[in-house]
Ligand binder design. Structure first.
Ligand SMILES: Nc1ncnc2c1ncn2[C@@H]1O[C@H](COP(=O)(O)OP(=O)(O)OP(=O)(O)O)[C@@H](O)[C@H]1O
Ligand SMILES: [Mg+2]
Length: 273
């Protein structure tokens, strides 16, 4: 499993800019966690989506998941979140079977899941309040994370007063402010325009730096999968067809790197595109 800290170096990533500010200091978090699927069949009892899944996701790893619409990517994330028990096999976190959803495995969706009547700060604070974090601490932590995602100047605004990219950044802040050990992301940037999306990818790498959180990131976009992932898992024909290491360093402009070109071609051909 590729787990080196090198994988979290934002380093050469650019080409597009992350807005406004220099990188923040590394975040204080709980560190990553190991997620292990063994012989898993997942889906609904009447319609199993993916069979025979054996994947071990190392602490601090970013695993990206690609596959055609309806192949079971979101179902996989729901299973890892503990929302949908596997039909067969075991899903473990650090060697212990999942028993249900937990705050230490945060979910981030494509859909805007911010509460429209709460400010961005109020949205980031909410899960902390539910977790019983004292008011002053949660206020500080919300401010800190809004700052990290370059929204310090928008903390008091309601979601409808900011852009789609800013709302997505607030969702990221909300997910990470709870110091999760795993972040499960379901096409979180799918609704954003290409430039905003590239900026969000850079920002994600930047804010994950130092958290050590394990990330499973579902996307339709092969280039996004290759940019973000330490490994890429391909789902097709009702199974995980391959899990491939991604060449490093992380570099959006390395279009002619032969290993990357070959991997990209393999993935696109197995996706049938
Ligand atoms: N709530 C549900 N009830 C019944 N079947 C469902 C439900 N949600 C998903 N499915 C079925 O499970 C299979 C996998 O769906 P899933 O949403 O995981 O696919 P996906 O890979 O995330 O697709 P997309 O790329 O379109 O988001 C599909 O056949 C889908 O029809
Ligand atoms: Mg989906």
């Amino acid at each position: 499993m590729s787990t080196s800290s090198e994988t979290r170096t934002p380093g050469t990533s650019s080409g597009t800019s992350t807005p406004d500010r220099p990188a923040a200091r590394p975040a204080q978090t709980a560190g990553g966690t190991r997620l292990t699927l063994r012989g898993v069949t997942l889906g609904r009892p009447d319609a199993p989506a993916v069979r025979g899944v054996d994947v071990d996701i190392a602490p601090g790893e970013i695993l990206t998941v690609v596959g055609p619409s309806g192949c079971g990517k979101s179902t996989l994330l729901r299973t890892l979140a503990g929302l949908l028990p596997p039909l067969e096999g075991t899903v473990e976190q650090d060697g212990r079977p999942l028993t249900g959803p937990a705050a230490q495995r945060a979910l981030v969706f494509q859909e805007d899941a911010l509460l429209p009547w709460r400010t961005l700060r109020g949205n980031v604070e909410l899960p902390l309040a539910i977790a019983g974090v004292p008011r002053r601490v949660r206020r500080d932590r919300a401010e800190e994370w809004l700052d990290r995602v370059h929204l310090a100047g928008h903390a008091g605004q309601l979601p409808h007063r900011v852009s789609g990219g800013q709302r997505q950044r607030a969702q990221l802040a909300r997910a990470l402010a709870g110091r999760p050990r795993a972040v499960l992301m379901d096409e979180p940037f799918g609704a954003l325009d290409a430039q905003t999306r590239a900026g969000m990818q850079d920002l994600l790498v930047e804010v994950l730096h130092g958290t050590g959180a394990t990330v499973v990131f579902v996307t339709h976009d092969v280039d996004e999968a290759l940019f973000l992932g330490d490994r890429v898992a391909l789902i097709g024909s009702g199974e995980v067809t391959a899990v491939r290491d991604v060449p490093r360093p992380r570099d959006r402009t390395a279009h002619d790197d032969p290993a990357r070109v070959a991997l990209r071609r393999d993935i696109l051909s197995s996706l049938g595109t």
